[in-house]
Design a protein around this ligand. Structure first.
Ligand code: ATP
Ligand code: MG
Length: 385
């Protein structure tokens, strides 16, 4: 008897005529995720099947598949040619000796004459014959034995379904650019948009030597963790020191952060348009800090000329964000104590409700265009696989 992994996909089900496109893309992404493992992945009638893999690598394969966006769940199943008696025998062998159980049947193969409840009742009878102490409980069984009679002439028996990421296949929603700091929030923002099918590159602003090289390494480490979800990404590392110094010298201290954000947005939008990214992504969450009030976001956002800025965390509280950061594996790296460029020249009282006219007037005291250009010219590109 053969062990196979059954993959079920999520939201793609809602797609109409172009469902085939999404299914093929998801299949290609699964193959890429498992490229270092010997196995075969095929698609048939709305399911994928991973077969001919090394049983000892099952857990590793499952871990990889759990990071593939677009999969709803996976099941490790026993596969046998469809034959009700053989299936019933297999279920009886696998059943516990005591407690309660339930047989759940999925009759995808419509050529079978018996109905699902009839087959479940028959299999249940065979199980009870072998285990007289067992009891049926359809509501809350200790053990659920699932049987799928598939269209390909095979039946699959499994006991549990492992939840996957859900979402849409990476690459189905175009490319975006995420402003990635070393903090807790922006990696979560990256992940949430990746789950909607975006391929995402990152831009990081660093202020060497005010911030250490370790701070940059930390961001690249975060990028490596995130690339496990997107396959690969580019990180644009932008030197931000000269711009920050200029703002510090020419602008009122309380506007420092607001103006810094506007400069970051300007650079990010230019990088994005030049490299085929169709949106910007930030980790802002309303009211979390002074620079994330509605007024601050309005002033920051107003430098953006053409792209949408996605802020997937805008309605989440810190606790929820941290929960996701833990789940996706970025939290422990995010809390390493290396300073971010935003902590350099940090004013004691940043403006909480900036007025656009005041900020623009302050900004116009500096000749920032050449500085932006120089930062772009000196941007380093790091490729993460
Ligand atoms: P995070 O936890 O992501 O650092 P935060 O709560 O510290 O966010 P801010 O410092 O106000 O919030 O930053 C808001 C957003 O601006 C970040 O989520 C990120 O998208 C972007 N950002 C801030 N600093 C940088 C940076 N040095 N490089 C790239 N993006 C940055
Ligand atoms: Mg931060």
């Amino acid at each position: 008897m053969e062990k196979v992994i059954l993959l079920r996909y999520g939201e793609i089900y809602l797609k109409g005529k172009n469902r085939g496109y999404f299914e093929r893309l998801l299949l290609a992404n699964c193959k890429k995720a498992l490229q270092n493992y010997q196995c075969e992945i095929t698609k048939s009638f709305g399911r994928y099947y991973v077969e001919n893999f090394d049983i000892l690598e099952t857990d590793e394969i499952i871990e990889k598949l759990k990071k593939v966006s677009g999969l709803h769940s996976l099941m490790v199943a026993n596969k046998i040619p469809t034959d009700l008696n053989e299936v019933a025998k297999l279920c009886a062998e696998a059943a516990n000796d005591e407690g309660t159980f339930r047989i759940s049947v999925n009759r995808a193969d419509k050529t079978i004459a018996s109905s699902s409840p009839e087959m479940a009742a028959y299999i249940g009878g065979v199980v009870l014959e072998k285990h007289p102490k067992l009891k049926v409980d359809l509501k809350r069984p200790d053990q659920e034995i699932n049987v799928e009679f598939r269209e390909n002439g095979f039946s699959y028996v499994y006991f549990k379904s492992i939840p996957c990421l859900r979402g849409m296949p990476i690459g189905s929603s175009g490319k975006g650019l995420c402003l990635l700091s070393g903090g807790i929030d922006s990696p979560v923002a990256y992940f949430r948009m990746a789950k909607r099918g975006m391929h995402i590159d990152a831009v990081h602003f660093h202020s060497f030597p005010y911030t250490s090289l370790m701070a940059k390494e930390k961001v690249l480490d975060l990028a490596k963790i995130l690339a496990e979800y997107t396959g690969q990404m580019r990180v644009y590392v932008v030197p931000f020191t000269d711009i920050q110094r200029e703002i510090h010298e020419k602008c009122p201290a309380e506007y420092m952060i607001t103006i810094m954000r506007r400069m970051m947005m300007r650079i990010a939008e230019r990088l994005a348009t030049k490299n085929g990214c169709l949106s910007l992504i930030t980790g802002e969450s309303l009211a979390q800090v002074a620079s994330q009030t509605q007024e601050s976001i309005t002033v920051t956002n107003s430098v953006i000329e053409r792209l949408p800025v996605f802020r997937p965390l805008i309605g989440m509280d810190k606790e929820e964000i941290i929960e996701t950061a833990r789940e996706i594996g970025t939290f422990e790296t995010s809390i390493l104590p290396y300073e971010d460029c935003c902590t350099v020249f940090l004013p004691k009282n940043p403006v909480i409700r900036p007025k656009l006219e005041d900020i623009v007037a302050a900004e116009n005291k500096m000749d920032y265009e050449p500085l932006l250009q120089s930062a772009l010219d000196n941007t380093e590109i790091v490729y993460i696989e």
